[in-house]
Design a protein around this ligand. Structure first.
Ligand code: XIL
Length: 385
């Protein structure tokens, strides 16, 4: 009997994490899509993690390994060891690599946040960081989240208060050019151009970051990445205005990343689709960069069967919305197994089960939904944009 169960399980893939039929990666490849996931280097040594990752995905992104606190732990030294593990893995398995993220308000080291730098010093530190990190991965990381979550949802249309913006910041009005201590942060053309425009836009610091990243790797695709701007709302309106201005003035931006951390099982997919439409109509690529669909879970971390079905439907609808716009070229989840997901700690364990594979690497309904949504071919596209 045991043998019979074993043979049946092996044949169907049940419980083994192996699936009959096409993988996500194969389905995505046929549709000209990138299917990606955030990755933790410490898990790469786990056989089930590594084999599922290589089989199912054609794109990876370090979840934390490229954030300042990891990659730039001391002012004068960088540590690429964690991110390099992911980059090496991706190279071995023929996967694209997205870089996340060069500028954010979180996960910054103390030497930076408590350093009491002038705006001029901060601009120099930031320029050097961007150019060194992007330069290190030049030709290997094909797309960067240059700036992450700069807009404020509490005050629609305004930028968040962050070290980069106003503490003392390089972006606060009057600080967009040069430095508060009278030194010019850089003599590159970008600064000359900014100077010609006077104090510039409130988001002039974001513009400078894109220009610095472009100088370090002119081939890399540069993205602005944001949370809670998936639907048409005041935040995505503000991003739209900024991106349109960047396009008009030739600021090197290629795309917008919509994070897609979903907690509402009845997401407004029509509005998400309209939002993708307006950004792609501007000539922007859209990547779904951090999708997960958090479910209420019990003390063991299990969600209800009904919610798992509803979750699958959300994955299917969002993937279909992306696929229906030729400029939406990547769907990435924030991890792939519920074993390694930020939702547990983020929600104090009230939510979880947010990803396409369960904690034992078994495919969930969300996996099947994604695979089906990816299946229709979009042959006009070349994988990699
Ligand atoms: C999260 C990581 O998943 C966690 O491991 C870390 O402790 C905190 O950051 N938006 C982002 C991501 O852009 O970088 C965040 O990642 C999740 C929210």
């Amino acid at each position: 009997m045991k043998w019979l169960i074993f043979i049946l399980a092996a044949a169907t893939g049940v419980g083994s994490g192996i699936h009959s039929g096409e993988s996500l990666r194969e389905a995505a490849q046929k549709s000209g899509m990138l299917i990606g996931t955030a990755v933790r280097p410490c898990a790469l040594s786990e056989v089930a993690y590594a084999s599922t990752l290589a089989r199912e995905y054609n794109m990876v992104e370090p979840e934390d390994a490229l954030k300042w606190e990891v990659v730039h732990p001391e002012r004068d030294s960088l540590d690429f060891s964690q991110a390099d593990q992911i980059v090496d893995f991706a190279k071995r398995h023929g996967m694209k690599i997205r870089g996340h993220t060069l500028v954010w308000r979180r996960q910054n080291p103390k030497w930076l946040t408590e350093g009491r730098y002038t705006s001029g010093q901060l601009a120099e530190i930031l320029e050097k960081h961007i150019k060194t990190v992007v330069g290190h991965y030049r030709g290997r990381v094909f797309a960067w989240d240059v700036v992450n979550e700069a807009f404020d949802e509490l005050h629609p249309g305004t930028l968040r208060s962050t070290i980069w913006h106003d503490q003392p910041g390089i972006g606060a009005p009057g600080n967009g050019i040069g430095s508060s201590d009278g030194r010019q942060a850089s003599s590159e053309p970008a600064d000359t151009e900014l100077a010609a425009r006077g104090s510039g836009q409130p988001y002039s610091y974001i513009e400078r970051c894109f220009r610095w990243a472009h100088e370090a790797d002119p081939e890399a695709l540069l993205f602005y990445n944001e949370a809670e701007a998936e639907v048409i709302n005041p935040k995505s309106d503000a991003i739209y205005a900024m991106v349109r201005d960047f396009r008009e003035r030739g600021v090197p931006i290629d795309g917008v990343g919509l994070q897609m951390h979903i907690v509402n099982l009845y997401a407004d997919v029509a509005s998400i689709s309209d939002n993708i439409e307006r950004f792609t109509a501007l000539g922007m690529l859209v990547h779904i960069t951090e999708m997960d669909v958090a479910l209420p879970v019990d003390a063991e971390g299990n969600a209800s069967a009904k919610d798992l079905q509803l979750q699958a439907d959300v994955y299917r609808q969002i993937a279909s919305a992306c696929l229906s716009h030729p400029g939406c070229t990547a769907i990435q989840t924030w991890g792939f197994t519920d074993k390694y997901s930020w939702i547990g700690s983020h929600s104090k364990k009230t939510h979880g089960a947010a990803l396409p594979f369960d904690r034992n690497y078994r495919a969930k309904p969300a996996y099947e939904a994604l695979r089906k949504a990816l299946a229709p071919a979009r042959e006009s596209l070349v994988v990699g944009r």
